[in-house]
Design a protein around this ligand. Structure first.
Ligand SMILES: *Cc1c(COP(=O)(O)O)cnc(C)c1O
Length: 388
């Protein structure tokens, strides 16, 4: 019988070994042995599915994949050493020279760098569309467009894209629709149910949720996953069994953590909206969010990320960061510890104000990844930094 999300996350573990352990053990082994020559022949002929070598598969990695695939409502997956490894390998396995990617403009920075600095070497083109503008989307289609790629909510602007509508568009135009679901997690939204063919995660973020390991995963149908898997196992992008074990343990608490992150984030977003030193706040579950209706339709909760703008431009943004005492100043997100980033003076400092605006970053904009500390303490920290 199909079980609920929380139950699968906990009970979806591998079979017990002869020791009858309660919690799944770690299989730190690079390879596996065979019974005899027939066993080895049949294994290499893929007549049986078993572990051969940990670059191909490992019990911990398989457990993690099975859990995430179930959470996303799809058949199968491939786990990777990092989120970028998942993104790169998925594109590289599915695209050929001459193909075109149609992508939302506000993508994760390293994904943008992949498009602009490396894919041209293999004659893989990309172009960007602006979310919500379905006219430009149509106009951006080319005869060689193969993939429609989006993130929602976006980083760092927290814009929400209508995944169902994009899914319909992809279907109509015979595109592979891929969603980076890292900000939402499968607890909040399941893009495959809205039409995505593949869903990608940086497991480094909320899946681990405690800032310990790097990891990535792509999930989807057996057919697509098999194409990615065959490329991945040859190019050696495998996740380590130890990290797979950490991540699978983390999934046991994903639902309760994401509930708490989202509750804390909504509390802080509502308070920030009323602070006089702030111009605007963007959080999907605030009524003032421009795509609030879409967010309510496709997301169970608002997630952990808030964007807001302090009055006074780049200088005010830097002053705010310099006065923060409790929150961490870091480029990471999705941790138990609340994290503050000022993109205009850090991750996006090389761009001009105009270039930053194109990716929804204003000079005084702050990205806050809300952690699991008590909101009173985080609020006190934000207020003293806003008023310093
Ligand atoms: C962090 C992140 C990635 C990249 O993941 P890594 O694990 O750092 O390689 C990709 N997409 C989004 C939305 C991210 O936040």
């Amino acid at each position: 019988m199909k079980k609920q999300f929380e139950t699968e996350a906990i009970r979806g573990q591998m079979e017990r070994s002869q020791y009858l352990e309660h919690s799944a053990p770690i299989y730190m082994t690079s390879s596996f042995v065979f019974e005899d020559s027939e066993d080895m022949r049949a294994s290499f002929a893929e007549e049986k599915h078993r572990n051969i070598y940990s670059r191909y598969s490992n019990p911990n990695t398989s457990e993690l994949i099975q859990k995430v695939a179930t959470m996303e409502g799809v058949e199968d997956g491939v786990a990777f050493a990092s989120g970028m490894s998942a993104i790169y390998t998925t594109f590289a396995a599915l695209l050929s020279s001459g193909d075109h990617i149609l992508s939302c403009r506000a993508v994760f920075g390293s994904t943008h760098t992949l498009y602009t600095q490396f894919f041209p070497k293999w004659n893989i083109e990309h172009s960007y569309f602006d979310p919500g503008d379905f006219e430009t989307l149509e106009a951006e289609l080319k005869p060689n467009t193969k993939i429609l790629y989006v993130e929602s909510p976006t980083n760092p602007g927290v814009t929400v894209l209508d995944l169902e509508r994009l899914g319909d568009f992809a279907k109509k135009n015979n595109l592979l629709f891929i969603v980076d679901n890292c900000f939402a997690t499968p607890y909040i939204q399941q893009p495959a149910i809205l039409g995505a063919h593949l869903v990608i995660h940086s497991s480094t973020k909320l899946m681990d949720g405690q800032g310990r390991v790097l990891g990535g995963i792509t999930v989807g149908s057996h057919e697509l996953i098999d194409r990615i898997y065959r490329f991945a196992r040859i190019t050696g992008t495998a996740l380590s069994p130890f990290n797979a074990w950490v991540l699978s343990k983390s999934l046991e608490t994903l639902a309760v953590r994401v509930e708490a992150h989202s509750k804390n984030a909504l509390t802080l977003a509502e308070k920030l909206e009323h602070h006089p030193n702030i111009n605007w706040v963007r959080y999907p579950f605030l009524k003032s969010h421009p795509q609030h209706e879409i967010a309510k339709k496709q997301m169970k909760l608002g997630g952990s990320i808030i964007a807001f703008e302090v009055k006074g431009g780049v200088a005010a943004g830097k002053r705010f960061i310099d006065n923060i005492k409790l929150c961490s100043i870091s480029a990471n997100l999705g941790d138990t510890r609340s994290i503050i980033t000022h993109p205009a003076s850090s991750t996006h400092a090389k761009l001009s104000s105009e270039e930053r605006l194109a990716v929804e970053i204003t000079d005084g904009m702050i990205r806050l990844s809300v952690g699991l500390e008590h909101t009173d303490d985080v609020w006190n920290d934000l207020v003293q930094a806003l008023e310093a």
